[in-house]
Ligand binder design. Structure first.
Ligand code: GLA
Length: 382
């Protein structure tokens, strides 16, 4: 059964009636442009064909009953008490989206809902952004309101900042809300302009989950953000997006080793992302692959957000014939790597990488071939 069907089936089983709405929001994989979004820079993610679904039916009161298929749990709360600390942790993201809608005057009624999905959790594929976006889709529909996809993404970012307490950038929610079928999305994280870039027919996007759960990510992420802000201040620019390599080299001694390397990653990653988008559009997969490989080295050595398992996975992927290039993807410290692989060698690629990774790390990886898919949506049922 597809996850869409499972979600609908579970709704019938739990509530003995038909849902009125079905919302969907995908996860994302970032091809390149890592940790650049909160530096006003450029990113090149794609929404993927794995998503969170929520099936729901409005109620007459302000009670919400939410069932999670993945967590095999059911919780009930009222819209007046969304920040109750005794509610289960998994319900924080959906509650955050409802909180945002109420704060902004949307008259969301209570509802019964089932949430299901097939995005691996805490693996760097933005399952939390997808939960925020899917609940914004649902809440808006229930309130009889609408918003642009971009505004839904920005609302999701505010949920992270103000309700969850994670100082993320805009990439994940933008990709989940604005994804385009068979395309990656070049996002200028300052202007929020997007350009969709077709993924060439000859290449598959392969996601390799190290199954090493991300550790340290919250504290290290916030620290990287502070270091980038400190480096930008020292260089006298509004954000590292505005700094050149020449400016950086001139300020090397003043910055000190750590800030210098953090800034170097951001400045070079922005150039790589630009170049990769141009080359992807032109079908220059070898050059795109090289940019992916360079990105990983920069994230590992200068930005220091990789880990042993990601390094092993990337090394194994890069040494397979027909792999254009691989790198860690997402915030880092565990989770997934991504590779661009020639279509006709995807099977031998997976057959070689998975056992070799397992032998070197003792962990069983999960490898998925994914398609770039459309952004979030909602359908009225019946
Ligand atoms: C997380 C954040 C994003 C982005 C990436 C790193 O996924 O939510 O905003 O900063 O890390 O590129």
């Amino acid at each position: 059964m597809s996850i869409r069907q499972t979600t609908l089936y579970t709704f019938h089983k739990q509530f003995a009636t038909d849902p009125a709405w079905l919302a969907r929001a995908p996860g994302r994989v970032n091809l390149i442009g890592e940790h650049t979004d909160y530096n006003d820079g450029f990113v090149l993610p794609a929404a993927i064909d794995r998503a969170i679904y929520v099936a729901a039916r409005p109620r007459q009161d302000s009670t919400v009953t939410l069932v999670s298929v993945d967590f095999d749990d059911r919780t009930t709360f009222t819209l007046e008490h969304l920040d109750d600390p005794d509610l289960p942790g998994w319900s924080r993201y959906p509650r955050g989206a409802l909180w945002w809608l109420r704060e902004h005057g949307y008259a969301v009624p209570g509802f019964d809902a089932v949430m299901g999905g097939d995005i691996p959790v805490a693996a760097g594929l933005s399952s939390s952004a997808a939960v925020e976006v899917v609940m914004l889709e649902l809440g808006l529909a229930l309130a009889g309101a609408s918003m642009s996809q971009r505004d839904k993404a920005l609302a999701g970012v505010e949920v992270e900042h103000q309700f969850i307490g994670m100082p993320c950038g805009v990439m994940d929610q933008m990709a989940s809300a604005m994804g385009v079928d068979q395309h990656a999305l070049l996002i200028d994280c300052r202007s929020l302009d997007t350009k969709s870039i077709p993924v060439p027919d000859g290449a598959s996007i392969v996601i390799m989950d190290t199954t090493k759960k991300r550790g340290l990510v919250d504290s290290e992420y916030a620290l990287r953000r502070q270091q980038c802000e400190a480096a930008a201040a020292q260089l006298g620019v509004p954000a590292l997006r505005d700094a050149s390599l020449e400016q950086l080299e001139n300020a090397k001694d003043a910055l000190g080793d750590v800030l210098y390397r953090r800034a170097k990653h951001i400045i070079t990653e922005n150039s790589r992302t630009h170049a990769a988008a141009i080359m992807l559009e032109a079908g220059g997969l070898k050059t795109v692959g090289q940019a992916l490989q360079d990105s990983h080295i920069s994230l590992r050595d200068d930005y220091e957000v990789s880990c042993a398992e990601l390094d092993v996975m990337v090394e194994l992927a890069n040494t397979q014939s027909g792999c254009y290039g691989a790198r860690m993807t997402g915030a880092g410290f565990g989770g997934c790597a991504v590779a661009l692989v020639q279509n006709d060698v995807v099977e031998p690629f997976t057959a070689a990488v998975a056992p070799a990774y397992q032998e070197r790390t003792g962990l069983t990886p999960q490898i998925y071939v994914c398609q770039a898919g459309p952004g979030s949506s909602i359908e009225r049922l019946g």
